[in-house]
Write a protein that binds this ligand. Structure first.
Ligand SMILES: [Zn+2]
Length: 523
């Protein structure tokens, strides 16, 4: 058995069946380029017979050079009424001009009767003719046996005769599909091994309806399947397809098989995030291997062990899949988290820090509603303050925000008074909302003293209402992400007043730039 497993990506076809997945032709081309770069072996571009957008994808793909991947067009076997050479769907598959064509055919007797309304032998005939016709044009043919596992359970002989018909007609791959996503790994193993014993080049295509898409794909590979079909981030119909971003690292790192190779695997995280961004979807923090929390450590005991040896609480090296280790600071943690985090900052003199006093301060702030896990810039400023680092470069003497409504239009205006070494500045600014007005006004006031603040922009603003403790007003926590075009950083502010919380986060964002990012502008 070869150690090579071919990766067949269905993101652009099955993946776009997902409820919230919508990709333009341009998006699809960009994703295909990334998949090719990452090293998948097949990219299923779409169903050219089903919509003009997919046909357009193939027109573009034909003019491009692909390094590792073969582009595949997907479609069904001919309609039972049409002669194969006059079937519009088969013609569209040929017109797509791809080296590979994937044909889906029925393998469950129940579906042949119910969905197609034809006799079992007729279905075999349709499959034979469709495969043979495409082979006569020199196409590589992948045959997807729809509902294979359900079909096998209902009528094993018939399901196998469907594979036999496709193989005899020249199909290069026979792919067993768990179309409804309802089967267990033990069933997939047992049934796949029957197919593997009889036929060469068996592949697997599973859906995740029982949350077993990954497990079922790996079960088939274990008994000899040489091709895995799936999608990036598990996008797909209903709850999705088998997730390639978990399957590929499992194959490479756990099963010692070669899919894209260990070197390319380091690009997994970036590929997963690229596809998510392009589809305008967020990757869950808890998504295995590529999620933000996949290698995040929070508990104090875990962190002190991780500091000694990363293998204590990590199943693989985060870098091997293009992710990072993160140590979270929270009230669950002991000194070791803080130590790790501060060491990560790199430019803080640890000898000068009274760690116990600092830790007490972090816990006090967390009790007030601060959370530094997502606001490392504010944490760094706090450490800096504790070791008596750079003093406050400016002081805020006061601010005022006014929101007006006139004729249905809202206007926000902020005035800010600051002082730098006794020199005062008083300015006003309009903004889209009160926070924007404040942000613009304070930067305007400081511009004369610190021109480098010109490059700082607010890129994200999040407000979370915190549970009110007994007898107190509810607090809000504001997280602000800023950038100077080179680096991004996040700061936090907490208050019962949303403007005050925002103001604190804005001031921290500007301080961070002045204290830690000054050199980058002067350089
Ligand atoms: Zn599918």
């Amino acid at each position: 058995m070869s150690d090579k497993v071919l990766i067949y990506d269905c993101t652009l076809r099955d993946g776009t069946q997902g409820e919230h997945v919508s990709l333009s032709v341009h998006d699809k081309i960009r994703i295909a380029e990334k998949l090719d770069e990452f090293g998948v072996h097949y990219i299923e571009g779409g169903w050219p017979g089903s919509n003009p957008k997919d046909a357009e994808f193939f027109d573009l793909a034909r003019t491009m050079t692909w390094r590792t991947a073969k582009i595949a067009a997907f479609g069904s076997t001919r309609h039972w009424k049409n002669p194969v050479d006059q079937d519009a769907n088969i013609k569209a598959l040929l017109d797509a001009g791809t080296p590979t064509v994937t044909l889906v055919g029925k393998s469950w007797d129940f579906h042949v009767h119910e969905a197609l309304g034809i006799e079992l032998v007729q279905n075999l005939q349709i499959i034979r003719e469709s495969v043979a016709y495409l082979k006569s044009f020199g196409k590589e043919v992948v045959f997807d046996a729809e509902h294979f596992f359900d079909g096998y359970s209902a009528n094993a002989d018939y399901a196998l005769s469907v594979l036999g018909a496709a193989a005899q007609a020249g199909a290069d791959w026979l792919v067993l599909c768990d179309t409804n996503g309802g089967r267990l790994p033990s069933e997939i193993s047992r049934i796949s091994s029957v197919a593997v014993r009889r036929f060469a080049n068996v592949g697997i295509h599973t859906h995740n309806d029982s949350e077993l898409g990954v497990a079922n794909s790996l079960a088939a590979v274990e008994v000899g399947a040489g091709m895995v079909q799936g999608t990036i981030n598990g996008y797909g119909e209903r709850v999705g397809n088998a997730n390639l971003t978990s399957i590929i690292p499992n194959l490479e790192l756990k099963m010692n098989r070669t899919a894209v190779g260990r070197e390319k695997l380091r690009g997994l995280g970036s590929l997963a995030h690229f596809v998510a961004e392009t589809a305008n979807l967020a990757i869950a923090n808890t998504q295995p291997y590529v999620g933000k929390s996949a290698f995040a450590h929070k508990g104090g005991i875990h962190v002190s062990a991780i500091l000694r040896n990363t293998r204590t609480y990590e199943h693989v090296e985060p870098e091997s899949v293009g992710n990072n280790r993160r140590v979270l600071v929270s009230d669950l943690s002991g000194k070791s988290n803080i130590l790790y985090k501060i060491r990560e900052f790199g430019d803080i003199d640890l000898d000068r820090l009274d760690l116990d006093a600092f830790l007490r301060e972090v816990k006090r702030l967390e009790y007030e509603g601060y959370q530094f896990e997502g606001a490392e810039a504010s944490l760094k400023l706090l450490v800096n303050h504790h070791i008596g680092g750079t003093h406050q470069p400016f002081t805020v003497k006061g601010f005022r925000v006014v929101v007006d409504q006139a004729d249905g239009a809202y206007l926000s205006e902020a005035t800010v008074k600051v002082a730098v070494d006794g020199d005062q500045e008083h300015t006003a600014s309009d903004g889209i909302g009160p926070v924007d007005a404040l942000d613009l006004a304070v930067k305007k006031a400081l511009r004369r003293f610190f021109p480098e603040l010109e490059s700082v922009h607010l890129t994200d603003y999040k407000v979370r209402v915190l549970d009110a403790k007994q007898g107190t007003a509810a607090k809000v926590r504001v997280l602000i992400e800023s950038t100077d075009g080179i680096e991004s950083w996040t700061t936090v502010g907490v208050s019962t007043n949303v403007i005050e919380a925002s103001w604190r986060a804005i001031i921290d964002a500007l301080l961070y730039k002045l204290v830690f990012r000054k050199a980058t502008v002067e350089a």
